[in-house]
Design a protein. Structure first.
Ligand SMILES: [Zn+2]
Ligand SMILES: [Zn+2]
Ligand SMILES: [Zn+2]
Lengths: 464, 211, 464, 211
C-alpha cells in the first residue's frame, strides 16, 4: 500500500499559514456554505434525550428532531451566522433500518431549506450513518445485514438531502478496546495502522463511489472509537494521559486513508487529530473543544480551536435548559465562538495568528494531549509521518515521534507531567522499540496470539 | 516456607507468575487455601482498589493485578470447592439490549473477579431473558447492567420489569451503571444500587452478598 | 439624595485602562481569591432540576447540591483553575426558611474548604438570598415575614461560610413589569430611578451593616428583574431591542446605590450593565454571556466578556449531559474562557486589549444592547451619568444618553437597526423629552395615576 | 352610516377612543352587535396576532390593540348578553403555587381577552383550590396555568391531580406554558395542551371551546 511516490510534502508547510478558517483545499457545499475560505463555520449536532426507538415512538422521535432543528435554525437566523453546518449522526436503529435514517435526514434538510428560502440562512447538512458493523463480534466488515444497511443508507444520502457524507468508522476497534484498557500500545498500533487502515481503504472506496456524480460530498472520518475513547478514559483517570496523547497521534495515518481514497473534508468534528489531517492533506477540518464539553470533557478545550475550519458542539441531547433547549444553546455558543475567530480573520492575518497563539498557549503546557495539538508540534510530527509509505509504518512513526516530542518537552519543562505519567512515557517508549519493521511480521504475531480470536482476517483483506 | 507477603506483593504488582508460584508453594507447605485468599489475595486487591481510587494506579495496573489474582485463584478454586468454600458471590454482568459498549462493563467484571466474585459475563446487547436465565439457572445473587447510550437506558427498565414478571426479583440484587445513568434514574426504575465507578461497584456487590 | 460633592470623576478614565481582569479597587475574599488583580475568575452557579422543595424532599435536595459542588470542584482541580468563585442563589423557600438557605450554604462552603485542604483549590463562596419581598403585591419592602426571613439569612451568612453576600433586589419591579410590556419608558425610569434606588439605599444599608466586622464582604446587586427581563423579552421579539438597551443603561444609577452604600464588588454576574459600574465605581465586576447561554440567550455573548473580572455561567440545572452533569460542564467551559483571557493578560496589556477589542467588535454593530456595552460607549455615557447628583436625574440622563448614542450610531451606520426598531427609537426619544426635571413632580404624577395601586409609597420612604 | 372598516382599523392600530366611538355609532345605526364582534373586531385581533407572529408588531402594539378591543367590548357586552350571545368562552388563568412571575401570564390573558374570551385572572401563586373553584363556581371551560421556575413546575402536576380528584376533570380543558415547561412535560402530567407563545394559546383555547 504505497502512499506517495514523489518526495512527499506537507500541504501546509509553515506556521504562518496554519490558521483557523483557511485551508489549501476549501470545500463548498449545500446552500453555498464555504469551508476553509476565511470564515469558521459552526457545526451543530444534536441527539434525542432518553427514549426507546421503535415503531410506536417513531412519530414522537420525528417531532423531537423537528423541534431541535427549528430551534437551531431560528437562533442561527437571529444571530445572523454567516453559514451553518448541521450534522445528523444516526442512532444505531436508524442505520439498521436505513429508511428511518433517511427520513430524519430529509426532515432536517427540508427545514434547513425552508430557513434558506425564508431568511436566507446559508446551510449544509452532514449525514453520518452510525457504523453498526461492530454490532456482532467478531464483526463482519464487508458483508452481512449490518453492512447492507449501512451501504443502503449511504446510497440514499444524495436523495434525502445530505450535502456531506461522513462516518466514524470502527474497523479495528474490536481489537483496540481492550488494548486501551491494558495500556498495550503494540496492539493499538496494530488496530490503527493495520486493521483500521485496511478497513478504511475498503469502506471509503465504497463511500466515494456512492457519492460520485451526486451533489453529496464524501467528507471525512474520525478515530473517535480509538483516540476519543482513550481521551475519555484518561479524563476519568483510568489510563495515562501520555498514552492517550500517543494514541491520538497514532490515529492520524488511519484518518489519512479517507482523504487518499477521495474524501474532501471537512474532517469529522470529534477527530481531535484534525490538525494533522489539515497539515498533511490540506482539507478543511471540523474541530470541537470547550463548547463540546456537553459531550466530552477534555484538556484541549482551547487548543482544539487553533486551526479549525468548522467548530462543533459534538452532540447534545434535547434537554430543556433554563433558557431554551440544549441544541439551541449550543448553536448560540458556537455562533459566538466563530464570531470571535472571524472578526480576527477579517482584521488581519496577524490578529488571527495572535488569537490562535493565545488559544494554543492556554492549554499546551499543562497536558500531553494538548501539547501534541500545538500547531508547531503538528507540523514537526507530520513531516515525519509523510516520510513513511504505508499506513502501518506511518502509524509506528507517528507513535514514535509523539513519544519523542513528549519526552523532549518534559525534559525541557515545556510540558508539566506527574511522576506516574513520566513512568508510563518511559514504559511506552520501550514498548515501541520492539515493534517490527514489517507489517507482515506484526500481522503474523497477532494472528498467533489471543488477539486473533477478536477479528476475522478476511474482513480486512488479510489472508493467513 | 512460602513467604506470604510475596503473595500479597505479587497481586499488588500484578506479577501473575510469582502469584502462581507462591500459591503453589504455600499449598505444598500446607497453608489453608481460604487463609491465602482472605488474608493475602483479597487484601492485596483491596489495596489495588485503594491505589486506583487515590489516583496512584491506572486501570492497566489494576487489570494486571486482577489477572495475577485470577491466575492464583485458578489454583485455589478447586481446593476451596473441595473444602466447601464458596466464592464470595456470583454476579451476572452485561451491557443491556441494543448497546454494544463493553469497556466499562469489562472493567467492572475484572474488578469483581479481583474481589473474589465468580463473574458470569453475558457480553453486550444482552436481552432480559439472558439476565433472567443467569439468575434461574446459575444462581447468581447480583445482576449488574451497563448502558452507555441514552437510547439504550430504557432497556434497563425493561429488564427490571421482566425480572419482576419472572417472579425472581427477590432472589437477586440489581445494580446499574454507565455514563448516562444517574442515581435518580436507578431509583426511579427500582434498581437496588447505582455505581459510577468500578471499585465502588465491588464494594456494593460485597454489601449485597454480606447483607 | 446627593451622590457626589466634588466635581465627579470616573474610576476608569481611559480605554487603555478598561480591561478584563483588572480594576481600580480589587477584592480579596474566601481562601485567597483575588478579583481584579490580573486573573479573571470563573464564577459557577447551579440550581436544582425540577423538584418540589419541602420537608420530604429536603435530604434529596441536599445530596443534589452535594453532587453538584463535588463535580464542580473536581473539574476545577483537574483543569487547575487559579481560583474559583461559586455562587449559591437561594430558591424562594430557602429564604423564607432561612435555616434551609444556611444549611446549603454551609454544605457548599465545607466542600470548597475540603478541596482547598486536599488539592489547594483556591475558592470563595457567594451567597445570594433570593429577594422574596415581592411575594405579596403590593410588596412590603421593609417589614413583614418576607423581609424578616431575608434579614435572618443575611445575618446567618458569616457563620455558614459565605465569603460574599449579594442580592438581586426587586424594589420597583412591581411597577416595572407591566411598563416593560407596554413599552412605557416613563414608568420604567420611575421604577428604576425612584423606587429601586430608594429601596437599595435602605436594603444595602442593612446588608453592609450585617457584614460589618465579619469576614463576609458585601458584594453587589443587579438590575436582573428589570434589564434582564427586558433583554429576555427582546430576545423573544416581544419588545424592541432598543428599548431593552435603554433600560439596561437606565439601570446603572440604581446599581450604583449599592456601592455608594458600601458594597465592594464583584457585581452580580447577571448585571450586564456591570461595565458602567466598573467605570464609575471602580469595583470588580462579574459578567456572563456566551457561556451563560444555558440560562439566557442574548445578543451580547462576546462583548459582555470585554471588561469582566469574574466570568459566569449565570445558572444551570443539575441535568445529566452526555459527558457529565451540567454544572461540571459549565465549570469546564468557564475555565477555558478564563484561560484565554488570562493568557492574554499575562502576555502583555497590548495583547489583552487586542483580545478585548475582538470581543467587542464581534457583537457591537449588530445589536443595540451590545452597542451600549462597547467600552468606549460605556465611558462616554458614564461621564454624563456622574454629572448628575440624584439617582433619579442620573437615570433620566442615562436613558437620554443611551438614546442619543443609539441614534448617532444608527445614523452613522455604525449600528444596524431594522425599520421597526428605528421607529421605536424615535418614539422613545419623544417620551423622554417630557420627563420632568424634578423627582417630586414625577412621584406626584405617578401617585395620581393607576400605577399608585401597585406600590406602597411608605415602603420607599415616600410620604404622600 | 358608521364605517365598519374604521372599527377594524381602530382595533388594529390600538385606537381605543376611535374603537369606542365607531362602535357606539354602529349600534345607533342598528348594526347587530354580534356582527360587529365577529366580522370586524375579532378579525382585527386575528390580524394583530398575525402581525405579531410575523415579527411586525411587538407586544406593546399588541397590548394597545387588545385594550382598544376591550373598550369596544365594554359597550357591546351588555347588548350581546341581552341578545343571548355568550362570550367565546371562559378561561381561568394563573401562575401556579409558589411562583410569582406574571409577565407571561398577563400577556396570555390580554391576548385571550382580545380574542373575545372572558378571562378570570387568578393572579400569581395560585393554589389548586382556586383553579377548582373557578371551574365549579364560574363555569370556566379552560384552565390556563403558567410556571416560570423548574421548582414550581411540579405544582402544575399537583393542580391537575386535584382537579381530577375533585371530579371535574371532564368539565374543563387544561393548558400549560412557561419557560421550563415542555410539550413532553405537558403530556406526562396529563394536560390537554401546551403552548410556547401567547397567540398560539388563543388558537388552542378556541379549538377547545369549538371542539
Ligand atoms: Zn465521535
Ligand atoms: Zn439574575
Ligand atoms: Zn445569577
Amino acid at each position: 500500500m504505497p502512499v506517495a511516490a514523489n518526495p512527499p510534502n506537507l500541504a501546509i508547510t509553515t506556521l504562518e499559514d496554519f490558521r483557523f478558517g483557511l485551508c489549501p483545499k476549501p470545500v463548498v457545499c449545500g446552500r453555498g456554505v464555504e469551508i476553509g475560505t476565511g470564515n469558521v463555520v459552526p457545526e451543530v449536532n444534536f441527539t434525542l434525550s432518553p427514549i426507546d426507538i421503535n415503531e410506536s415512538t417513531w412519530s414522537e422521535i420525528r417531532s423531537e428532531y423537528q423541534e431541535m432543528i427549528e430551534g437551531v435554525c431560528e437562533r442561527a437566523v437571529d444571530l445572523e451566522v454567516p453559514a451553518l453546518l448541521v450534522e445528523f449522526e444516526t442512532l444505531p436503529p436508524m442505520t439498521v433500518r436505513p429508511e428511518w435514517g433517511a427520513q430524519i435526514t430529509q426532515l432536517l434538510a427540508d427545514t434547513l431549506e425552508k430557513h434558506f428560502q425564508k431568511h436566507g440562512l446559508i446551510s449544509a447538512l452532514r449525514l453520518t450513518p452510525n457504523d453498526t458493523r461492530d454490532h456482532i463480534r467478531p464483526p463482519l466488515m464487508r458483508r452481512g445485514e449490518y453492512w447492507d444497511g449501512m451501504l443502503d443508507l449511504f446510497q440514499r444520502a444524495p436523495d434525502c438531502g445530505a450535502d456531506l457524507l461522513a462516518i466514524e468508522s470502527t474497523g479495528g476497534k474490536e481489537v483496540c478496546d481492550e488494548a486501551l484498557m491494558t495500556g498495550d500500545l503494540r496492539t493499538v498500533v496494530f488496530a490503527l495502522g493495520v486493521l483500521a487502515a485496511r478497513d478504511m481503504e475498503f469502506l471509503w472506496g465504497e463511500i466515494v463511489r456512492t457519492c460520485h456524480g451526486t451533489k453529496t460530498i464524501p467528507s471525512g472520518d474520525t478515530a473517535c472509537g480509538f483516540a476519543n475513547t482513550a481521551m475519555v478514559l484518561a479524563e476519568q483517570k483510568m489510563i495515562p494521559k501520555v498514552f492517550a496523547a500517543i494514541v491520538r497521534v497514532a490515529s492520524v495515518p488511519r484518518d489519512l486513508v479517507a482523504y487518499r481514497m477521495g474524501a474532501k473534508g471537512p474532517s469529522k468534528d470529534c477527530a481531535y487529530e484534525g490538525p494533522y489531517v489539515k497539515a498533511i492533506a490540506g482539507v478543511p477540518i471540523s474541530m470541537e473543544g470547550r463548547t463540546s464539553a456537553c459531550a466530552h470533557l477534555s484538556h484541549v478545550g482551547n487548543i482544539a480551536q487553533a486551526v479549525c475550519d468548522c467548530w462543533s458542539n459534538e452532540s447534545v441531547q434535547n434537554l430543556r435548559l433554563l433558557s431554551a433547549n440544549a441544541p439551541t444553546v449550543s448553536m448560540e455558543q458556537l455562533a459566538y465562538d466563530c464570531r470571535l475567530m472571524n472578526v480576527a480573520n477579517s482584521h488581519s492575518s496577524e490578529d488571527a495568528r495572535r488569537l490562535r497563539n493565545l488559544l494554543v498557549e492556554s492549554d499546551a503546557r499543562s497536558d500531553p494531549q494538548a501539547y501534541v495539538l500545538d500547531p508547531a508540534v503538528v507540523l514537526k510530527i507530520s513531516k515525519k509521518i509523510i516520510q513513511e509509505e504505508s499506513p502501518y509504518l506511518q502509524t509506528r512513526t507517528a507513535a514514535h515521534a509523539a513519544i519523542e516530542v513528549l519526552k523532549e518537552a518534559t525534559d525541557s519543562e515545556e510540558l508539566r507531567l506527574s511522576t506516574r505519567e513520566k513512568k508510563w512515557l518511559d514504559r511506552l517508549e520501550k514498548e515501541m522499540e520492539s515493534l517490527p519493521e514489517s507489517e507482515e511480521e506484526l500481522i503474523e504475531e497477532m494472528l498467533s496470539s489471543d488477539i486473533a480470536k477478536k477479528f476475522i482476517p478476511g474482513e480486512y483483506g488479510i489472508t493467513a | 516456607m512460602a513467604d506470604m507477603q510475596q503473595l500479597y506483593d505479587a497481586v499488588l504488582n500484578g506479577d501473575a507468575n510469582l502469584a502462581r508460584s507462591v500459591t503453589e508453594k504455600a499449598i505444598e507447605d500446607g497453608f489453608p487455601p481460604k487463609d491465602l485468599l482472605d488474608s493475602y489475595m483479597i487484601p492485596a486487591m483491596d489495596e489495588v482498589g485503594r491505589l486506583f481510587e487515590e489516583d496512584e494506579y491506572f486501570v492497566p495496573e489494576l487489570l494486571i493485578s486482577a489477572r495475577a489474582m485470577k491466575s492464583a485463584l485458578e489454583i485455589l478454586r478447586p481446593l476451596l470447592a473441595e473444602g466447601g468454600v464458596e466464592p464470595v458471590g456470583k454476579v451476572a454482568i452485561g451491557t443491556v439490549k441494543g448497546d454494544l459498549h463493553d469497556i466499562g462493563k469489562n472493567l467492572v467484571a475484572a474488578m469483581l473477579e479481583g474481589g473474589g466474585f465468580e463473574v458470569i459475563d453475558l457480553g453486550v446487547d444482552v436481552g432480559p431473558e439472558k439476565f433472567i436465565a443467569a439468575v434461574k439457572e446459575k444462581g447468581v445473587q447480583v445482576v449488574a447492567m451497563s448502558a452507555l447510550l441514552t437510547t439504550t437506558m430504557p432497556s434497563m427498565k425493561t429488564t427490571l420489569q421482566e425480572i419482576q414478571a419472572a417472579g425472581i426479583r427477590d432472589q437477586v440484587k440489581v445494580m446499574v451503571g454507565g455514563a448516562p445513568v444517574t442515581e435518580r434514574y436507578a431509583s426511579e426504575i427500582g434498581a437496588d444500587a447505582y455505581s459510577d465507578n468500578a471499585s465502588a461497584a465491588v464494594t456494593i456487590a460485597r454489601s449485597f452478598v454480606n447483607g
